[in-house]
Ligand binder design. Structure first.
Ligand SMILES: Nc1ncnc2c1ncn2[C@@H]1O[C@H](COP(=O)(O)OP(=O)(O)OP(=O)(O)O)[C@@H](O)[C@H]1O
Length: 244
């Protein structure tokens, strides 16, 4: 479970209000899509959820734990995939994964089993012995995904996870997301790919200029806005130049 209560964050001494009084509840067993145009406040929200940015106001609950009051306990519950897979280039893949396994205290036998599974499906079994600096963008992304899942986090947070993945890897990721929520875990991810959000998510929110402007199941959002497609709703709600 993930809950955001009246979350706000400004930059530039208060001149840029990136996130403006956002409240959301993502339930257990739910895949939640976080949509919004460039600069809407998605990454800022996600960085606050994972504890990389301090909110100006508001509360974040991770599986019922207040992130501000007990940051370590809350962060133990999170698996995080950032928008860019900037990982330690001077480590080998397996060194990086074992480092994460140590940080999250994943027992040896469970770690071995999970690593074998993810490295097999992501076709990283051989590459994991090489320096991360030699990896392609997609390989780094798959390594980060493996690392984020190593402790089987109850709350899996991803910022634009599909970027740079080939169709096979994107398919695998969608399958992993479905499997994760089927275990009763929570998946929260931002995306610009509306088709993915439409097909995969139980519920969605659209953020624009820091504010949530739509939230609910796809059917609820379509009904509220009396439009046939999420694309039309998204484009209409988020404005911009007139469309053909
Ligand atoms: N470090 C920063 N300093 C000042 N302003 C920032 C900073 N980071 C983000 N912003 C501003 O905050 C707003 C929200 O940015 P954010 O990166 O959260 O949006 P986003 O929805 O993730 O965008 P994108 O889809 O382009 O990644 C934007 O106006 C952005 O310019």
């Amino acid at each position: 479970m993930l809950e955001l209560v009246n979350l706000s964050k400004s930059y530039a001494g208060g001149r840029v209000k990136a996130v403006d009084n956002v409240s959301l509840k993502v339930r257990q067993g739910e895949i939640f899509g976080f949509l919004g145009p460039n600069g809407a406040g998605k990454t800022t929200t996600i960085k606050m959820i994972v504890g990389l940015l301090q909110p100006d106001e508001g509360t974040i609950l991770i599986d019922g734990i207040n992130l501000e009051k007990d940051p370590l306990a809350a962060k133990r519950k999170i698996g995080y995939v950032p928008d860019h897979p900037d990982v330690y280039e001077k480590l080998t893949g397996i060194e990086y994964l074992n480092f994460l396994g140590d940080v999250y205290q994943v027992p040896a036998e469970i770690r071995r089993e999970r690593l074998e599974h993810y490295l097999e499906i992501f076709e990283l079994k051989d590459a994991v012995k090489d320096l991360i600096g030699s990896y392609s963008h997609g390989m780094k992304q798959k390594l980060v995904l493996t690392g984020a899942l190593l402790h089987d986090p109850p709350v899996w947070i991803m910022d634009e996870p599909m970027v740079g993945l080939d169709p096979r890897s994107a398919f695998l990721l969608k399958d992993l997301m479905a499997g994760h929520c089927a275990k009763g875990h929570t998946v929260f991810f931002s995306t610009h790919i509306l088709e993915v959000a439409e097909k995969l998510c139980h519920r969605l929110a659209i953020i624009n200029r820091g504010r949530i402007i739509a939230c609910g199941t796809l059917a609820e959002i379509k009904e509220q806005h009396e439009k046939e497609t999420l694309e039309r709703i998204f484009l209409e709600l988020t404005g911009g130049a007139p469309l053909p």
